[in-house]
Design a protein around this ligand. Structure first.
Ligand code: FCB
Length: 445
């Protein structure tokens, strides 16, 4: 397999996100985000790590963008920190923040990299969280203001816009189970967050359409194939419920199908009632130019009456003795292939981009070399699976590797390394891993 097997216009890219890379958390007028505040609470993040300095992309953006170019990529995906643009979430824009992203965009354009810009990659301004955050119906108003500013500032230079990064991630982990910022729990918070995210996603899509000429508009979804542990009916039903919560709940409203129903799954009935979902089917729909698909693991579940709301629990990859990453996430490129096909089979998605893909393995820097053979194998297998889907007619137009440099991996802190470039977080020294060199060869082949 060669890079050129995907066609000359296939968009090979690499992705990062503001809070995971920038650092400079209180510099040049930036406001605090929910992750700055969450990280200060004891026990929330492994090793007590904080995103305060991360890998200093704020200061090293020129070097890092040059690295992306040197590794052969054509696309650079990054996100805008809302709290740099609007330190209070609303109100007056911060000039220094606006300027920073002009510099990042200009650097990309000068090097011939196409910028793909994510508006929301999980770093809500803390000022908005104090007003309710994603549980508040005001989110749409706040987001509209932030997005409007971004479109006016950057819309003539940036055509590729991503509204949300993985709404499943920030609603479930942040507002239902509380293991991510802002650390809130409970079904009511969850329902509100899901609904406000879905509504904002479609409405901001429409806003970009009206503000930016020739915009190419997308949004991204995490996804995981959910397999029943046995063929017993109760395990099959458990897998169906989990599939709704991880996958269908997020993509289906956008495609005009509303929130899913499932017989006997009371949580969904409650969500419909709580959000008065029947009123919103149309407003939740938007004809995105592309859908970003992000598949990090496959999941196997069994019926478990002790688990509230969902009565299902995971049967871990480690206990099933199947290949997995250092996170214990199952590696399964066939499952990735099936998920890509499943998105395509909805029938009304025009274009798919794999807007993130990558894996955490324990890397060792020895004499200036990181020989991350597992990661190279991972990419080879997943790209082979993608090529198969493409050859069967799926209109997949790009693949963005996650991620350029090792960075702040949310609640896992700095230990979980996904980069193609190793970072020594004490000295900020960058060392290209063998997977980075592999990508360069692959993309130019
Ligand atoms: C995804 C997130 C991304 C990164 C990877 C490992 O869910 O979108 O920011 O942390 O996981």
């Amino acid at each position: 397999m060669k890079g050129s097997d995907f066609g000359d216009d296939f968009q090979w890219g690499v992705a990062i996100a503001a809070i995971q890379n920038e650092g400079a958390y209180n510099i040049d007028g930036k406001g605090l985000t929910i992750w700055d505040v969450f990280a200060r609470k004891q026990g929330k993040i492994k090793n007590g790590d904080k995103p305060s300095h991360a890998c200093e992309f704020y200061y090293r953006y020129k070097d890092d963008i040059l690295l992306a170019k040197a590794l052969g990529f054509k696309v650079f995906r990054f996100s805008i920190a809302w709290a740099r643009i609007l330190p209070e979430g609303t109100g007056k824009p911060n000039k220094a923040g606006l300027l920073f992203y002009h510099k990042v965009i200009d650097e990309c354009l000068e090097l011939g990299l196409i910028p793909y810009v994510t508006l929301y990659h999980w770093d809500l301004p803390q000022a908005l969280e104090l007003e309710g955050g994603w549980t508040s119906h005001l989110m749409l108003k706040w987001f509209t203001r932030f997005a409007t500013i971004c479109m006016h500032e950057y819309g003539n230079k940036v055509k590729n816009w991503i509204v949300l990064n993985e709404p499943m991630g920030f609603t479930t982990l942040g507002y239902m189970v509380g293991v991510h910022a802002p650390g809130r729990i409970g079904v009511d918070n969850f329902f509100n967050a899901v609904h406000n995210a879905a509504l904002s996603q479609a409405e901001i899509g429409r806003l970009i359409r009206s503000e930016v000429k020739d915009a190419h508009i997308g949004t991204t979804f995490s996804c995981s194939e959910v397999m029943p542990y046995t063929q017993k009916e109760e395990d099959i039903q458990a897998a169906n419920r989990m599939d709704i919560l991880l996958n269908r709940l997020y993509i289906e409203p956008v495609l005009g199908k509303g929130y899913p129903y499932h017989e006997g799954f009371n949580l969904m009935d409650k969500l419909h009632l709580h959000t008065k979902a029947w009123k919103y089917t149309e407003r939740l729909t938007f004809d995105f130019d592309f859908i970003g698909v992000q598949n990090y693991f496959a999941l196997t579940v069994k019926h478990n009456p002790l688990i509230p709301y969902i009565q299902a629990s995971e049967v871990k990859a480690t206990s099933r003795k199947v290949p997995c990453t250092a996170f214990g996430w199952e590696i399964n490129s066939d499952s990735f292939y099936r998920m890509v096909k499943r998105f395509w089979d909805y029938g009304n998605i025009k274009e798919i981009i794999i807007s993130e893909g990558g894996a955490y393995f324990k890397d060792h820097l020895v004499n200036g070399v990181v020989n991350d053979a597992h990661r190279i194998q991972y990419y080879q297998d997943y790209l082979q699976a993608l090529l198969k889907a493409k050859s069967e007619g799926v209109n997949v137009t790009g693949y963005f590797a996650w991620t350029l440099t090792d960075n702040f991996e949310w609640a896992e802190g700095y230990k979980a390394r996904f980069g193609l470039v190793h970072v020594d977080f004490k000295t900020q020294l960058r060392t290209i891993k063998n997977s980075g060199y592999w990508w360069r060869k692959f993309v130019s082949s």
